[in-house]
Design a protein around this ligand. Sequence first.
Ligand SMILES: [Mg+2]
Length: 307
Amino acid sequence: MQELEFIDWIQGRSNFDATKVPVGPGDDCAIVRLGDNDLLVTTDQLLDGVHINLAEHGPRAAGRKVIARSLSDIASMAAVPLAAVATATLPRGFGESDAQELYRGMREIADEYHCPLVGGDVASWDGPLCLTSTIFGRRAGVTGGVEPALRSGAQVGDAICVTGVLGGAWKSTRHLEFKPRIAEAIELAICCRLRAMIDISDSLARDLQHICTASGVGAEINAADLPLNPDLADDEPAAIKAALHDGEDYELLFTVPQAWARKLCDRQPLATHITRIGTIIDATGLTLINPDGSRSELEPIGWEHGT
Ligand SMILES: [Mg+2]
């Protein structure tokens, strides 16, 4: 079974009271109403051999990454992390010092983002290392006035923008050391008219498809405008392919009205660079405008678990 088909199957069976659960499965976080505020919640797994190579990267990096992935989901909603809980299923015989390193990795990133690690569970088995993290968040703003950004708000004519550079994260340590864009996302939500947002975990093409499906729109991407990873600069076609399909960039992908995109790109208000890469269109699916001006279908290929 494919991951997305299974999520669709689950969504088809969800019957929440929208006054209590405004956002259920299918966005980066679920939203549960809590008095006058919203409680956001997201959960992620990290499996040795799937999301990390424990023998190569070590337990500290594994602990950091599982928490950072959930913080990135909180960022994609333009929300503030409140607290984290985590679980670790350790391979039998996992050493005490390695277990402590795992915890240190979780704590360092949680502390950096003012997200206390408040509980969890530890077990052992004969399989590989499995970690999970669950993070709770709240609306940003002193009085919680910043609306969470959803995948479903993109409108025809919006500009499509990304933060940072894309591609090749797995060929470096970027997929381990990325900084969840919490502050940048909140800044965007406060300073401009943010319509839709997601963090790039699966791949640019695949995560853009998530926005388009949720919003009922299509998109065209200009390959020549992609912020390519400079480490891949000696082979432009390969760098473009990596930017579109590699995933694990954990950058913000968002849509805003055209006028706001111009202002953002002129003023560059964030600590990281913003690049406009395309336009939301009235269509189905994704189109790539190649560097020579020709157009081709952009397949939403990227990281998919369960394949
Ligand atoms: Mg996400």
